[in-house]
Ligand binder design. Structure first.
Ligand code: AMP
Length: 283
């Protein structure tokens, strides 16, 4: 058995209006597919919040730079539908490209604030693509709540900010990262890792943990960031884009004497051709 899906807007609207006529509430879980236990935990949580859960599956071209992995991104649609059915998801919105980016599409959302640092230094238009597609998904599904993972912590901050700034009538709920038993954050991109890279990959999480511990112990943050970056390179990572402690709300470098519970450690690093990101709370 699989969860039913729709791919064009009139079909989606018909189902949503039937639900709304019955007074049912709707939660949405935006994804790019290749679903794993992390995504499915969001679906289960969405089920607990609302009468109906919509998962969206759309590999969004607007958030990939020309040299990134849009073409290679794993696509496992049929398996995804079966997993979603097993997690009691009511409907999949898998828009065809024309529904998302009709010819001559020309209206983008360009978030600033939380979007200005970290990922944007390495993926210039990434959050413009993410904010635009999420805004469209919120309007299309007319959901009451959208559930996102803390795995993409900066994305969660950017989306919350967009919803607040634009008065979008939706609540954003952030959920904890689901990890493999060794601590590696689950990610669709882990499918790219060779066995030997998979063994190294957990070092990113260990680096984040070491940095969070150092902050709690009151050590010099800049020195510890440099040390943990070095450790990551020595463990086999090719490049470290960032491994850093930030104000958990603004994502700016922390003010002096900020308590650990207001800080977040975030990292992005390359293992061969695979870019992994992860983050944890400090306190
Ligand atoms: P993606 O399909 O990678 O765009 O992710 C879709 C949603 O799933 C986003 O809100 C992610 O933050 C969330 N997500 C991805 N990996 C995990 C994970 N390991 N644990 C919890 N949520 C996750």
């Amino acid at each position: 058995m699989t969860t039913p899906y729709v791919s064009n807007l009139p079909d989606l609207r018909k189902i949503i209006s039937q639900w709304r006529e019955k007074g049912e509430s709707i939660a949405v879980v935006p994804t790019m597919g290749a679903l794993h236990a992390g995504h499915l935990s969001l679906v289960s949580h969405a089920n607990s919040l609302c009468d109906r859960t919509i998962a969206t599956i759309f590999v969004n071209p607007a958030q990939f730079a020309p040299d990134e992995d849009f073409g290679a991104y794993p696509r496992t649609f049929d398996t995804d539908l079966a997993k979603l059915h097993a997690h009691a998801c009511d409907l999949v919105w898998a828009p065809n490209p024309e529904a998302m980016y009709p010819g001559n599409f020309a209206t983008y959302i360009t978030p600033q604030g939380a979007a200005n640092s970290l990922e944007t230094e390495f993926r210039k238009d990434f959050f413009r693509g993410v904010a635009t597609v999420c805004c469209k998904l919120f309007l299309q599904t007319q959901a009451d709540v959208a559930v996102f993972g803390e795995k993409d912590y900066q994305q969660l901050c950017v989306i919350k900010q967009m919803v607040r700034d634009l008065n979008l009538p939706i609540r954003i709920d952030g959920r904890p990262t689901i990890r493999e038993t060794d601590g590696l954050a689950m990610s669709s991109r882990n499918a790219y890792l060779s066995n030997s890279d998979r063994a190294i990959a957990v070092s990113l999480y260990r680096g984040l943990e070491a940095l969070a511990r150092a902050v709690r112990d009151g050590k010099d943050i800049a020195q510890c960031e440099a040390q943990e970056t070095q450790n990551l390179l020595q463990s086999g990572f090719r490049t470290v884009d960032y491994l850093t402690v930030r104000d958990a709300t603004t994502l700016q470098p922390p003010a002096t004497d900020m308590p650990a519970n207001r800080l977040r450690v975030l990292g992005a690093a390359w293992l061969g051709k695979t870019r992994l990101i992860d983050n944890i709370a400090c306190g």
